[in-house]
Design a protein around this ligand. Structure first.
Ligand SMILES: O=P(O)(O)OC[C@H]1O[C@@H](O)[C@H](O)[C@@H](O)[C@@H]1O
Length: 306
């Protein structure tokens, strides 16, 4: 189904247009299983993901503005075509532009929407390439999955870096991320322009103060304990890297209430004309007992089968 503008009615079950903050158009997805997600067309930004118990697992900063003068600070903003710092604005322009809805579907009670962003005068003024970005967001009862497809529609090659800069609601003091042990790190604290190389030695990475660290070649599944009673699995295909960020006292009003765990592609991805790159991520709320079983199996699998 092709959808032209924000005013078009969507006939797909579980997918509707609504007025968001400051009357910005947003899409509301509602699954048959009782979960809900909000996606603003401005920035193609998912701002809310409520699981069936009603808890919103994402966080929007209290200083977020919805007037298109700044990107929406919170939820799942895009960083494209640059993660940064770099030649163009920090985190690129995709979070500052209106995306359009081009498709929607509902498969067995699970709604999905596909947004599109293409180059225009504004984007070409800082990054002179023609591209198409397709972003499919699918909501299931306990998970939210995204698929980002970048296509080079130009006649010359280009390269980009990218991230999903996900803000999770958390008690930063009690939060931890598992799965990063052994990864090579680029610590942007104290100097983001000259990150310090290192290796992660911890089983669970915590947020005791300012954190701004890139993890290279991260595994395809991480577990975030948000310190509020939720365990969130963050799975990916092709998002090779991860970034952890908490601004600590530089954002005194809210640093205690969130942590960013970002799927990222830090090294430049080179795309030839006509070629596409695909990045897939699934956030899933999982029960603590399941984590215990997974960990038990990981620790004991060799002894069970030997
Ligand atoms: O643009 P935002 O949402 O304020 O986020 C900024 C932060 O984003 C993080 O991804 C970077 O690693 C930090 O260096 C940066 O300060």
């Amino acid at each position: 189904m092709a959808l032209a503008s924000a005013n078009t009615e969507i006939a797909t079950t579980g997918v509707k247009f609504a007025e968001g903050e400051e009357k910005l158009p947003k899409i509301v997805l509602t699954s048959a299983g009782g979960s809900e997600a909000d996606i603003y067309l401005f920035g193609g930004c998912i701002t809310s993901w409520k699981v069936p118990n009603g808890r919103d697992l994402l966080f929007v900063r209290p200083d977020a503005v919805f007037n298109k003068k700044k990107p929406i600070s919170g939820g799942v903003p895009h960083c494209f075509p640059q993660f940064g710092p770099g030649a163009i604005q920090q985190h690129g322009f995709a979070r500052n532009l209106d995306w359009s809805v081009i498709d929607s579907e509902n498969v067995q009670g699970d709604p999905a929407i596909t947004l599109e962003l293409k180059d225009g005068e504004y984007s070409r003024s800082m990054w002179d390439f023609r591209f198409q970005a397709l972003y499919k967001v699918t909501l299931q009862t306990k998970s939210l999955s995204t698929e980002l497809v970048i296509k080079n529609t130009d006649s010359k090659p280009f390269s980009f870096s990218t991230a999903l800069h996900t803000y999770f609601r958390a008690s930063a003091q009690g939060a931890s991320v598992k799965g990063l042990k052994g990864c090579k790190t680029l610590n942007k604290d104290p100097d983001p322009k000259n990150p310090l190389e290192g290796k992660e030695e911890r089983d669970g990475v915590t947020f005791p103060g300012f954190v701004d660290c890139v993890y290279l070649e991260a595994p395809n599944e991480l577990h975030l304990d948000n310190g509020l009673g939720d365990i969130i699995s963050i799975k990916n295909t092709n998002w090779t890297d991860a970034v952890l960020w908490n601004p600590y006292l530089t954002m005194e009003a809210c640093y205690k209430d969130f942590v960013c765990v970002e799927n990222a592609k830090i090294g430049n991805v080179q795309l030839e004309p006509g070629h596409t790159g695909l990045l897939h991520s699934i956030l899933a709320s999982i029960e603590e007992w399941l984590i215990t079983v997974i960990q038990f199996c990981r620790n004991n699998v060799s002894s069970i089968f030997l």
